[in-house]
Design a protein around this ligand. Structure first.
Ligand code: HEC
Ligand code: HEC
Ligand code: HEC
Ligand code: HEC
Ligand code: HEC
Ligand code: HEC
Ligand code: HEC
Length: 379
């Protein structure tokens, strides 16, 4: 019960987070899940995660419960919340993906964060930190700068906006239909159906039938990912349609369920008026793009810190270390992470260091310069 109150109360949460979360992770995972497994579904005794009568040693445990009417487990039958289980420090042996750190995480592929980054920075509060992640209920819902989703999808009624312009429902605002018991295979593999829970439980309406994200899931959620071993994202070359109908089963379609204008309004009369997403890098159909600086994007080598989207994942059995100009695409997640980062606007890099003509060797060829290969200085 105390944990639940802590999660509700930001100050108390920060102060006592270590105690509560260490207890949680130790009791739940170190003691009870001692062995490493590579199954892409939960394992272990039911009692680790479920409570049968919402009662422990005579006390009601309802205070812990976070699951709501999402059609899966009744909320009073789970022993803790999304945040409760998903708070901790990632290591090579972790069998739970941690999205909220116990102490300041080390961001990126060489650090200890996962693909979505980490909510730790946004949880520190204040108007600068508020920009470093999605302010989501269960972590920190108040945002000093934004009270709804920027670029929110046009034409949605008030009832739609309850979910589509706020994150007051918590993690479930994005992971709408979690399927922790779905067997989606072992190792790094393609996930593209509702039965598998889609890619990372990212789905839309209608029970997620046909409406979810397709992708290749790295077995360690991109922990220490490298050019060969990483998640793969689907893209769909398109000009302005939001949601899964227009954007296909892509992460960009998913993001634009809430930030629809950022794709809907991205081009006008053949000109980009917002940075394009799901645009082909070195587009053979675009005379300005072909044979331009984009032809040498990434030096042809994939970088999990600046991911690109692929035109198709059909038949893929694992990830690829190659970026192919003329086919692969820039997407929302090329520049942003989904949860949080140390940088404002949830960017993957420090935008203040992206200086045209820079000769700083630590910055050349990174971030924006991965694709805009001629905008940094000579080396
Ligand atoms: C590591 C944690 C964990 C363990 C161990 C676990 N569960 Fe679950 N279970 C969950 C979570 C989280 C959900 C919430 C909804 C979802 O993702 O499906 C859930 C949902 C369920 C559901 C409803 C959804 C469905 O897939 O049918 C049933 C039934 C269920 N669990 C039964 C069991 C039984 C029986 C055991 C022991 C054999 C067990 N669980 C062990 C975490 C666990
Ligand atoms: C009782 C503990 C527990 C609870 C509660 C729980 N999770 Fe999980 N979750 C796990 C474990 C363990 C895994 C790793 C399963 C595996 O091996 O893929 C996991 C995996 C995931 C994944 C990654 C799935 C994938 O495809 O790799 C997502 C996303 C996720 N959980 C979201 C949620 C959300 C959202 C909630 C709340 C609605 C939640 N979890 C509640 C224990 C939990
Ligand atoms: C369910 C709705 C929803 C979805 C889906 C969604 N967002 Fe957001 N997003 C919001 C809301 C609400 C805010 C404003 C409050 C905040 O900062 O959390 C926001 C803010 C942002 C911000 C600005 C952060 C800041 O505080 O300055 C970025 C960047 C962003 N989202 C990117 C993304 C990306 C990338 C995706 C896809 C992975 C995505 N969003 C998916 C609702 C959503
Ligand atoms: C704005 C939408 C959004 C919200 C809110 C959100 N997630 Fe995620 N989450 C995503 C996306 C998108 C991914 C896939 C990231 C990738 O592969 O690049 C993801 C991935 C994950 C994973 C797999 C590990 C990783 O980093 O890839 C877990 C576990 C997870 N989320 C849990 C949670 C929990 C717990 C919460 C609530 C505290 C939450 N998410 C809130 C969009 C969201
Ligand atoms: C209970 C919460 C909830 C409500 C209410 C809700 N949605 Fe959604 N919707 C979601 C979630 C979660 C997603 C997946 C994230 C995303 O893409 O925005 C989604 C996805 C979408 C998408 C993009 C994916 C797709 O299926 O094409 C559209 C469009 C959409 N919703 C329209 C609407 C409209 C219109 C309404 C009001 C009639 C509405 N939604 C009400 C939760 C909700
Ligand atoms: C090429 C890199 C890049 C791509 C691709 C990109 N963004 Fe951004 N985004 C940025 C940068 C940089 C900012 C910081 C503010 C600015 O310069 O506009 C930002 C800011 C934002 C904000 C905050 C706006 C505000 O008013 O505070 C949101 C929300 C956002 N992006 C969502 C998205 C979504 C959704 C997509 C995909 C449709 C996307 N971005 C694609 C680089 C990108
Ligand atoms: C993953 C690749 C990628 C990354 C990273 C990237 N861009 Fe782009 N950018 C593109 C593509 C592709 C286009 C569209 C090219 C075309 O016209 O076909 C584009 C277009 C642009 C344009 C408009 C150019 C025009 O011809 O209209 C600007 C300005 C721009 N990007 C700035 C940035 C900045 C600033 C960053 C870093 C925040 C960034 N980009 C990061 C791929 C990328």
């Amino acid at each position: 019960m105390e944990n639940y109150i802590l999660l509700e109360n930001q100050k108390k949460y920060c102060g006592q987070m270590i105690a509560s979360s260490v207890i949680l992770s130790l009791i739940f995972f170190l003691v009870l899940f001692p062995s490493h497994n590579s199954y892409a579904r939960v394992t272990g005794p039911c009692s680790n995660c479920h409570t049968m009568h919402n009662s422990q040693e005579g006390d009601s445990v309802e205070g812990f419960m976070a699951f709501e009417d999402d059609g899966t487990a009744n909320r009073t039958l789970l022993a803790t919340t999304c945040v409760g289980c998903h708070t901790g420090e990632n290591t090579a042996d972790s069998t739970t993906p941690y999205v909220m750190g116990l102490s300041k995480p080390d961001f990126g592929k060489d650090g200890n964060t996962l693909a979505g980054g980490n909510f730790w920075w946004v949880a520190q509060g204040g108007s600068i930190n508020d920009k470093k992640g999605h302010n989501v209920a269960g972590i920190t819902i108040s945002d000093n700068n934004l009270n709804s989703a920027p670029g929110q999808t046009e034409g949605f009624s008030r009832s739609c906006r309850l979910c589509h312009s706020s994150l007051e429902d918590g993690c479930k605002n994005c992971h709408r239909i979690p399927k922790h018991h779905a067997n989606d295979g072992t190792g790094t593999k393609l996930v593209n159906t509702a039965e598998q829970g889609w890619y990372r439980f990212l789905s839309g309406h209608m029970g997620g039938i046909g409406r979810g994200v397709e992708g290749i899931e790295h077995e360690k959620w991109n922990y220490k990912a490298d050019e060969k071993s990483h998640n793969e994202y689907l893209g769909k070359k398109q000009h302005g349609e939001y949601g899964f109908d227009g954007g296909g089963n892509t992460t960009t379609a998913f993001c634009t369920g809430c930030h629809g204008q950022f794709i809907h309004q991205q081009s006008d009369a053949g000109q980009w008026i917002r940075h394009p997403s799901d645009a082909v890098i070195c587009d053979p159909d675009n005379p300005d793009s072909e044979n331009s600086e984009y032809a040498t994007a990434f030096g042809g080598v994939y970088d999990p810190d600046v991911p690109v989207a692929r035109p198709s994942l059909d038949g893929w059995t694992t990830s690829s270390n190659i970026v192919t100009p003329g086919e692969d695409m820039v997407m929302c997640l090329s520049c942003h992470v989904a949860h949080g980062s140390p940088y404002p606007d949830m960017l993957r890099w420090d935008y203040d260091l992206m200086i045209a003509g820079t000769t700083n060797p630590a910055v050349q060829g990174t971030g924006c310069f991965k694709c805009h290969t001629e905008k940094d200085g000579e080396d």
